[in-house]
Design a protein around this ligand. Structure first.
Ligand SMILES: [Zn+2]
Length: 477
């Protein structure tokens, strides 16, 4: 499933490798679900709505806790949730139209650092031409730490919020669950005039509900949209949407060009294996490794060596948009050719929607490398050298690379990728590139390898024997 590229320690080009897809995706889902709600409670459905949408209602509020359904919630909690929704809606509305006076008025000054960060939110909300955007307050609330309660006041509370969004050309929506902190300021909103103006969130007691924080939730390991962490700009090209540093300038245009070529080369080669040729390739390049890991929703430092990930942006891998998220630190060690290989490999994962694929990891990763190396044959040399050295030293492997060979901690991760690639390379040599595409598609759709091989007029044991013979020939050169 997951599809991650680990940056080469030797700053080489094509030895970008990935940890176990299955494990990584499982980790993402597991962490997300722990912190949020059952998938059946997700409410992000339907067509793109005008901005902003989503109001809290009994009908749309999911049951997030069997012991504490919205209907059973104390009235005070439901009231706070409604007020939080009104404040969020007003904030997003004002940000979208560039009304800084109103957005500022809806953010509490009790934590000045948060107030600064929300100016970035507002700028990004205004600056990007969103295809869809919703902010929906969920039923679940959480307590603050004693320290934060002391800093923000006894009236502060934390509310779960679902954010969905898509970029121009995307039909699927990313979804993240956030925990936002709110406070009730006794003072009347002097810009909106709340209470009574209808734009703020009057409490009915002369105060105003304001945003007060975004880091007080029960789990820090939830995915966070890039555009809530740093100033971003959307760069677009034919079929590519690049979300990156607002000041990226020349570098952004380089990435944009590489991504556009990667997508075109992928689409022209994957044939029957394509699942989505239409959706733009969305590439996100955070400005730091920490932001990269927060976009993925993984523990800090756990993906430090990963160069990029093709990542389902939501809790349901089957429906989520898949974005390529680049680690700015490890990808910085790549050569220009290495970047091309990296993005082409990841583009294959996106166009084939391989997160969630039934195919074994060796086929998913080997196939992506095969497409990338066909596009950039010069980049194959290090992989061929590693495989040749391995077979000369230890003979050809007796079976396809195992799932465990692709674990992040696997000792010979690069070699696992290289061997997987040579397996796909052999299948393409023996049965044509269209044959490899068809075999991949069949397994991707649930066929066994034996069944898929049968459709090519061969068998799995024959493919395995052929690959091993090919490796032995390679080693004798
Ligand atoms: Zn991969």
């Amino acid at each position: 499933m997951a599809l991650i590229h680990k940056a080469p320690a030797n700053a080489g080009l094509s030895t970008t490798r990935t940890p176990s897809p299955v494990r990584a995706a499982g980790l993402l889902l597991g962490l997300t679900l722990l912190a949020t709600v059952p998938l059946s409670a997700c409410s992000a459905t339907g067509e793109a709505d005008p901005l902003p949408t989503s109001t809290l209602s009994a009908a749309s509020t999911p049951s997030v806790d069997a012991h504490h359904t919205p209907a059973q919630q104390p009235q005070a909690q439901r009231t706070r949730a409604r007020q939080a929704q009104a404040t969020l809606t007003a904030f997003v509305d004002a940000a979208r139209r560039g009304d800084a006076a109103v957005t500022t008025s809806l953010v509490s000054g009790r934590d000045p650092t948060f107030a600064t960060r929300t100016r970035v939110w507002a700028d990004n909300l205004q600056g990007i031409d969103w295809a869809a955007m919703t902010w929906t307050v969920r039923a679940q609330q959480a307590p603050l730490s004693a320290e934060r309660r002391s800093a923000l006041g006894a009236d502060a509370w934390v509310q779960e919020v679902s954010v969905t969004w898509s970029l121009p050309g995307e039909s699927r929506r990313a979804e993240e669950r956030l925990w936002l902190t709110f406070v009730t300021d006794a003072t009347v909103n002097d810009v909106t005039g709340a209470p009574g103006s209808g734009t703020g969130a009057p409490t009915g007691s002369g105060g105003t509900v304001r945003l007060a924080g975004e880091r007080d939730g029960p789990s820090r390991l939830t995915a966070t949209p890039l555009w809530l962490m740093q100033p971003v700009r959307l760069y677009t090209d034919d079929g590519v949407r690049l979300l990156t540093d607002a000041d990226a300038g020349h570098a952004a245009h380089d990435w944009l060009r590489i991504a556009a070529a990667a997508r075109a080369q992928t689409i022209s080669r994957v044939g029957a294996a394509a699942r989505d040729r239409e959706t733009p390739l969305v590439v996100e390049i955070p400005q730091s490794r920490t932001a990269f890991e927060r976009v993925l929703g993984v523990a800090e430092n756990s993906y430090a060596t990963v160069a990029a990930a093709a990542w389902p942006m939501g809790t349901d891998t089957a429906t989520a948009p898949i974005h390529v998220v680049v680690n700015p630190e490890s990808s910085a060690r790549l050569s220009p050719l290495g970047r091309k290989i990296l993005l082409t490999h990841e583009a294959v994962h996106v166009v084939t929607r391989s997160p969630g694929s039934a195919a074994p990891t060796w086929l998913v990763e080997g196939y992506a490398d095969q497409i990338a190396y066909r596009a950039h044959p010069d980049a194959r040399v290090p992989a061929l050298t590693r495989v040749t050295d391995e077979v000369q030293a230890h003979g050809a492997p007796t079976d396809w690379p195992a799932e465990s060979d692709f674990a992040p901690t696997a000792k010979h991760l690069d070699l696992a990728y290289d061997l997987a690639w040579t397996a796909c390379r052999f299948i393409a040599a023996a049965h044509g590139t269209a044959g490899l595409n068809r075999l991949y598609a069949a397994v991707d759709h649930g066929a066994t390898l034996e069944g898929a091989a049968d459709r090519l007029g061969t068998s799995e044991p024959a493919l395995l024997r052929g690959w091993r013979a090919d490796l032995s020939r390679l080693a004798k050169r």
